[in-house]
Each structure stands twice: as C-alpha cells, then as structure tokens.
Write a protein that binds this ligand. Structure first.
Ligand code: CA
Ligand code: MG
Length: 353
C-alpha cells in the first residue's frame, strides 16, 4: 500500500491527523526533484481527505551512519549531518503546517559506558537543541519541539531515558519554552514507571506538547501494542487525566498491529486504538459524575490535597505552626478508604454497578 492509500484508509475510519518521519515521506538519498514530487503527492492527498499533518520528526536512527548516535555521535561530522538532516525536514514540517516537531533520540546512548563522556554527550545534545530552536526562530516558524524519552533499545542505555530526565534537561536549554515532551506509554512502562504519573507531572510543569499512545507489558522490548490492549487500568486513569486537563494536542497513536496481522487486520488495529480511547473517555466522564465516586473521593480526602498546607512563609505563620497541637494518635488512626475508591475504578472499567 502507498502512503496515499494509508492516508485515505485513515480518513475513512475517522482519523484526524497523521505524522511522518522525513524518510517515510521522501526517499532517503533520492534526487531533490523526486523528493519534491513525493512531498507534493503527500500534500495532495492531505488536501483531498482533509487529514491534518499534526507532527513531524526526523529519522536519525535507521541509517548505519547513526549507529554511534546522531546529535551525540562521537564523530563531529555525523553530528553536523544529523543537524542538517533535521533542519531540512523542519522546512518540510513548516510547509505542511505541523506545529510540533518530535525528537526521539533512538541512537543517542551507549552500550559501553566508557565510550562517551556523558557530560560531553549532554552538552552536544543541548547544543543541537539550541541550534534547532535558533533556526525555527530565525525562520519565524510556528513550531515547538517535543523530546521523546526512552530508557533503552536500540541502545543499551539511552540519554534522557525518562520523562523526568527530559524535563530536567529542558531547564538547561537556551529556549526552554520551545521544548516540551512527547512521552510514550511503552517507553515509560519499559522502565517500570507509571506512565500516568509521568504524564501528570509533565502536565503540571506545562511540558506535555504531544503524546504517543500505545500499550506495553512491563519489562519487555518496545511492543507498541494497540492502545488499551494491556494496561487497561493505567489507560483509564491516563485518559481521565488527559480529558480533565487543558491538554489540547493530538491523541497520537504510535503503535503497530500484531506482528502476525495482515490485510484488513491493520484497520481493526487502527479502529481499536480510537474506539478504546473514546470508550475510556466516556467511562471517565461516568466515573466523575457518579455520586458514589464523589463520596468515595471525599472519604479518601482527595479534595483536601488541593487545599494549601501552610501557605507562603512568614515569621507569623511559622510561629503559629510551631505552636499548634496535633493529635498524632488520631491522625494515625484514620483510614483513607482507598480499597472502596479503587473498586469503583474497576467497577467502572468493567461496566458493573
Ligand atoms: Ca515505541
Ligand atoms: Mg513513539
């Protein structure tokens, strides 16, 4: 099937947008005239179908030139080539109106810890990001960057392995407001972390620019399973979090059909991702409207966590706190009724009352 067939198929099942790697769209190493024709064909089918180009990214991992890294290769010319390849595709992203440019550093890492000074690698990573932001500003493009953390695979240890590492790194950049995150369910789950908690913190820090939805069994290779096919409870909480947040970016499925799937099965897979997301969003609304849930949240003191604890510091508030008497035994003796609350989560997912 051609790219055009895929886009028409996605439009038929109700997809809103598509994303691309430079090499998906335009043949790697082909003459400029051929690449232009391939890009024009893509634009034509977007126009015909009304499908939006919601995100673009560079393939800096497939070609063997990147085997030691792209922005963090020890070879300076490989690093310069990686930045050039990215700049060229940023021009394409701007032409297609993609507001988000994702950077997954698939090859940015090591097998041998002796093979790179990590501080140098992070400095080169920062240098690349600062340069890309400078380019976007210079060209006056409306584009923001989203880093996609991943702990390992294909490298043994990847730089910026988790949401937390990436958010801390962004604070060191020259244009931190232009760089956020594209966290992926599978990647955070591979690291044994809760994707829900990571996304919640990214939202709290204003850094959720894009999201890769798929699914994953813990402790496995990057599976990219159909969204909602494995970690259904975490997925329910994730969808509830997104739907109740001010996140208005794409719900982007970075997933693939089962490896033995064929023919029409790929559309079952694509429909399934969207169907489950929408079903969980409906369930999340039901959950939040259920009076028993409101009662259970209150019994667990969930709303109380939104209340300020001590307020801003002043000598007077500190003196008052220091003189306050707490009934520690009574505080220790209280319950939080989490079992009842969590059972309501399960009841809602299972559709029982
Ligand atoms: Ca993945
Ligand atoms: Mg991804």
């Amino acid at each position: 099937m051609s790219n055009a067939d895929f886009i028409r198929g996605l439009a038929d099942i109700g997809a809103w947008g598509v994303s691309f790697h430079d090499d998906d769209l335009m043949t790697f190493g082909a003459p400029e005239s051929q690449r232009r024709a391939e890009l024009d064909a893509f634009k034509k089918v977007l126009d015909e179908t009304g499908v939006v180009c919601s995100m673009a990214t560079t393939n800096l991992f497939w070609h063997p030139v990147f085997k030691d890294g792209a922005f963090t290769s020890n070879d300076r010319n490989v690093r310069r080539y990686a930045i050039q390849k990215t700049l060229r595709n940023i021009d394409v992203a701007a032409e297609l109106g993609a507001p988000t440019y994702v950077l997954w550093g698939g090859r940015e890492g090591v097998e041998s810890a002796a093979s790179k000074n990590p501080a140098d690698a992070l400095s080169r990573y920062k240098e690349a990001l600062d340069f890309l932001c400078g380019y976007v500003n210079d060209k006056k493009y409306e584009i923001r960057f989203a880093l996609e953390p991943k702990p390992n695979e294909p490298r043994g240890d990847t730089f910026l392995p988790t949401i937390g590492h990436a958010m801390a790194f962004i604070n060191e950049l020259e244009f931190p407001d232009m760089v956020g995150l594209n966290p992926e369910v599978a990647h955070e789950t591979m690291a044994g972390l809760s994707f829900f908690q990571g996304v919640a913190q990214a939202l709290w820090q204003g850094k959720l620019y894009h999201i890769d939805l798929n699914d994953q069994k813990i402790g496995r290779f990057d599976q990219d399973l159909r969204f909602g096919s494995e970690g259904i409870k975490d997925d329910f909480m994730l969808v509830r979090l997104l739907e109740n947040s001010d996140y208005n970016g794409p719900k982007h499925f970075d997933a693939r059909p089962y490896r033995n799937e064929w023919g029409n099965g790929i559309w079952d897979f694509a429909r399934g991702c969207m169907r489950t997301y929408l079903a969980l969003a409906a369930k999340a609304r039901e959950f939040d409207q259920d009076p028993r849930v409101k009662e259970a949240l209150s019994a667990a003191s969930v709303p109380e966590l939104a209340e300020s604890t001590v307020g801003s510091y002043s000598t007077a508030t500190a003196d008052r706190l220091l003189n306050e008497q707490f009934d520690v035994a009574a505080l220790a003796a209280r319950g939080y009724a989490n079992e009842a609350l969590d059972q309501l989560v399960i009841d809602r997912i299972l559709g029982i009352s």
